[in-house]
Design a protein around this ligand. Structure first.
Ligand code: PFF
Length: 481
């Protein structure tokens, strides 16, 4: 119903570059700085990286363009945008459920993402105190053994009070920007923090170059060994690509609703995807030289950032200052992502419940704080609580890991898959021709990708996430045959 246009439709970015920076801010986050290097390390280095780039171009970019296009044409919170476009194209208004699912996923991701944001704040505190106590020129935590530096992480995650409070602090900072609106808050955080982020990333990468381990890093990240490109590696790359581009959670649909008609969506989506990928690659070139120069081997998962890197900083001149700068940079990137995660449910609450923006944002913040505190406690006091442990897919997972798995393996791929089916098969050709900003053959190629290639690949990661063993066996058989 067009009458409930909602307050969001009247808001907008102040310029194309504000939108580009905000969307890059959404895309660049913990996914680039923590998840990408860890996944690249765990999945065969160069083979993963190359296939990742392939996925960004052939799956991520077409779906990103689809999401922004839906938002811009619908001019409302994501579910209403889906409904309007479906009805205009002669389809069922029930397609709005896809966006509602996305909004819900964004809320779930927000709830655990801010816990991780809180952990980053904790490490800023640790490094900040160290700079203060030992002076900026020393290595980090001078006088502490490796075991003691390692133990900082365990001490943090089991300290539920600190991690809960820091989760709430991170959410509150996110709230402050979302509550001020699109041009007054959301784009401000991007316009100030993204340039600061890029500056820190380049500065730390250049610093790492002098450590002498660049050649080994380049070798590690870019040597392509075809035999390492297994089914598992490919699936990890697809999953990483759409998490990194913030797809499948209605976030880019929501941001697209504030884009003016004069913006070329195709080239803009290209800039966003290109910048996100460049940051992921530079993050690898930033982190691994520091790790290798200290004679360490990269560990997988969160250990890379919260244990291996602090070890590495302890060996380096100015390690404590560089460590502080590094975690400040990660916090900036995480904040511009959490803002977009909060905006999707906030704009939904404004449209759907008719709430004023600050009230809507407060409601989302409060609900995310409840789930966030439970997540924060799930690595300590609530460690034994596995809410969906009776489902094999979620066996043994505490709340934090459950939220991560549930969204990463289920709701996000489903959201991205249905979005691409929607654009490929439901939305009218006329509308797509008018909105895409692509010409001739490239436009037809994009249509082919969203109709066939993206749904197929996304269905594959969905199935492999739900039935990992069966898929692994299938790939092994195909490989052998
Ligand atoms: N793309 C972000 C990252 O790489 O950290 C994560 C994310 C942000 C996912 C916003 C989804 C989203 F809507």
């Amino acid at each position: 119903m067009v009458a409930s246009t909602g307050t969001t439709a009247r808001e907008g970015w102040s310029s194309r570059s504000a939108f580009v920076l905000a969307a890059i801010g959404s895309a660049v986050g913990l996914g680039n700085l923590v998840r990408f290097p860890a996944e690249a390390g765990a999945n065969g280095g160069g083979a993963f990286v190359l296939f990742y780039i392939f996925c960004v171009v052939l799956i991520g970019l077409p779906v990103l363009l689809s999401e922004v296009l839906i938002g811009r044409h619908g001019q409302a919170a994501a579910p209403l945008s889906f409904r309007r476009i479906a009805e205009e194209s002669g389809g069922s208004g029930a397609w709005s459920i896809v966006a509602s699912l996305g909004v819900f996923s964004a809320f779930l991701v927000l709830s655990f993402y801010c816990v991780l944001g809180g952990w980053v704040l904790y490490y800023i505190g640790l490094f900040g105190a160290d700079v203060f106590l030992s002076g900026p020129a020393s290595g980090a935590f001078a006088g502490s053994s490796f075991e003691e530096v390692d133990a900082l992480f365990g001490a943090m995650v089991s300290d539920g009070l600190s991690t809960s409070l820091l989760d709430i602090v991170f959410l509150a900072i996110t709230f402050l920007f979302v509550a001020r609106g699109v041009s007054g808050g959301i784009e401000k955080v991007a316009v100030y923090l993204m340039p600061a982020f890029f500056f820190l990333l380049l500065a730390i990468t250049i610093y790492g170059m002098f450590g002498g381990a660049m050649a080994r890093t380049v070798d590690y990240l870019f040597t392509f060994e075809p035999e390492k490109l297994t089914g598992e590696v490919m699936l990890a790359a697809v999953g990483q690509a759409f998490f990194s581009l913030s797809l499948g959670v209605a976030g880019m649909v929501t941001y697209g609703a504030y884009v003016g008609r004069d913006v070329n969506l195709a080239s803009t989506s290209g800039v966003i995807a290109g910048a996100d990928t460049a940051v992921a690659l530079i993050a690898g070139l930033c982190i691994f030289p520091i790790v290798f120069a200290a004679g360490l081997e990269p560990s997988g998962g969160l250990g890379l950032m919260f244990q291996t890197l602090p070890h590495a900083f302890s060996d380096l001149p100015f390690g404590t200052l560089i460590g502080l700068a590094f975690f400040v940079m990660v916090a900036f990137a995480a904040l511009t992502s959490s803002v977009s995660l909060m905006e999707a449910p906030t704009s939904w609450a404004m449209d759907r419940l008719g709430l004023a923006r600050p009230v809507a944002a407060m409601l989302v913040t409060g609900a995310a704080a409840v789930l966030g505190v439970l997540s924060a406690l799930s690595t300590g006091a609530l460690a034994g609580f596995h809410p969906l442990g009776f489902i094999p897919l979620f066996e043994g997972l505490g709340i934090l890991d459950l939220l991560d798995s549930f969204t990463g393996k289920l709701t996000m791929p489903i959201g991205a898959l249905l979005t691409s089916v929607f654009v490929g098969w439901v939305v009218s050709r006329r509308l797509l021709d008018e909105e895409s900003g692509l010409g001739g053959g490239v436009h037809r190629f994009w249509l082919f990708l969203v109709r066939w290639f993206c749904p197929l690949m996304l269905a594959l990661i969905l199935v492999s996430g739900i039935f990992p063993e069966t898929t692994a066996r299938l790939f092994a058989t195909l490989g052998a045959g």
